[in-house]
Design a protein around this ligand. Structure first.
Ligand code: TYM
Length: 335
């Protein structure tokens, strides 16, 4: 990180709220891995503070945080060449979030569609953390003078808010934060539910057939894809109104690198059965090396803890620099 200071900086994070889905993988994690291979300086975090907004069982949160950390390494993200850390281990995130809270209008936060959706779905726990959640996310990003944020389409509005907050802070207090850009893949940015393909694939879907978990067994993946909702046309073609097939084509495209035209040609004159078998096989192959590595890493908790400690130390070094700059600019008395 020291020598490569001129490289562009990439940051992203994922909540440890359950095993990530194929949507998380194709929308975000696959890009994280690709971007981590030398062109950029990458920081990737397990956003454990964010997941407190849904009040997980403490023992589950602890277990899932380490599992999510292992998942990131199992993807092939090298923790020596990149900074892979757990958000709550770097206290500057919560500290900067307070400064940014004071730079965000109530109305701006109230417009976030994810806040509206989540508070409608869980009226029993509309806590203030859920409301200020995107401001903590802005802090995650702005602390590292981030250039690019690889995310799925559902996080775009939050990223726009982070940009607005950064611009406002820079205008009021003088240039402090880099204005980050989203990095959203062309295909895979919105992987949809297999059972209801107008809604995004989500790990909290009550119907397990609607999503593929990254750790599902091969035969489970095959079954879920074979039972995916399609249409009665039996033509593999990307078109309006064919949400189920469009979704499977997107998944197949991400896993094989083929574009939609090539896929249409490959399955010309063939039925959905053949197509679904090919999609299932491609997904199984894509996830297989990851699953083996995940199982290996979960047997080495000492190594995972060591990596998380080193990651937090490296991240804190950069985070402290930006936080101190921001505190100075706001007029907080410095010792
Ligand atoms: P989270 O944990 O919900 O999801 C992690 C990433 O997966 C993407 N994603 C999808 N992409 C395509 N299709 C889907 N069906 C799908 N479902 C999820 C998300 O867009 C995301 O990129 N607030 C964030 C975590 C966060 C963060 C950050 C992200 C905290 N701080 C700083 C970027 C930068 C979240 O809840 O993601």
């Amino acid at each position: 990180m020291e020598t490569a200071e001129k490289k562009k900086i990439v940051l992203s994070a994922i909540q440890p709220t359950g095993t990530p889905t194929l949507g998380n993988y194709l929308g975000a994690l696959k890009n994280w891995k690709d971007m981590s291979e030398g062109e950029y300086n990458c920081l990737y975090a397990v956003a454990d503070l964010h997941s407190l907004t849904v009040r997980p069982e403490p023992a589950d949160l602890r277990r899932r945080t380490l599992e999510m950390y292992a998942i990131l390494l199992a993807l092939g993200i090298d923790p020596e060449k990149n900074i892979v850390f757990i958000q709550s281990h770097v206290p500057q995130h919560a500290q900067l979030a307070w400064l940014l809270n004071c730079c965000t209008q109530f109305g701006e936060a109230a417009r976030m569609t994810q806040f509206k959706d989540k508070s409608e779905k869980h009226p029993e726990n509309v806590n203030v953390g859920l409301f200020t959640y995107p401001i903590l996310m802005a802090a995650d990003i702005l602390l590292y003078q981030t250039d690019f944020v690889p995310i799925g389409a559902d996080q775009k509005q939050h990223l726009e808010l982070a940009r607005d907050i950064a611009e406002r802070f820079n205008t009021v207090y003088g240039n402090t934060f880099k204005i980050p850009e989203p990095f959203i893949g062309k295909v895979g940015a919105s992987v949809m539910s297999l059972q209801d393909p107008v809604h995004k694939m989500s790990k909290s879907d009550p119907n397990p057939r609607a999503f593929i978990s990254m750790l599902d067994d091969d035969n489970v993946i095959v079954k879920k894809i074979k039972s995916a909702v399609t249409d009665s046309e039996a033509v593999v073609k990307y078109a309006e109104g064919k949400d189920g097939i469009n979704n499977l084509m997107g998944i197949y495209s991400c896993c094989t690198g083929k574009n939609f035209e090539e896929i249409e040609q490959e399955f010309e004159g063939k039925g959905y059965g053949d197509f679904k078998s090919a999609v299932a096989e491609a997904v199984v192959e894509e996830l297989r090396p990851f699953k083996d590595e995940f199982n290996r890493l979960m047997n080495d908790k000492a190594y995972l803890t060591e990596c998380a400690k080193a990651g937090a130390e490296k991240a804190s070094h950069f985070a402290a620099r930006t936080l101190s700059k921001a505190m100075k600019k706001t007029g907080l008395f410095q010792l």
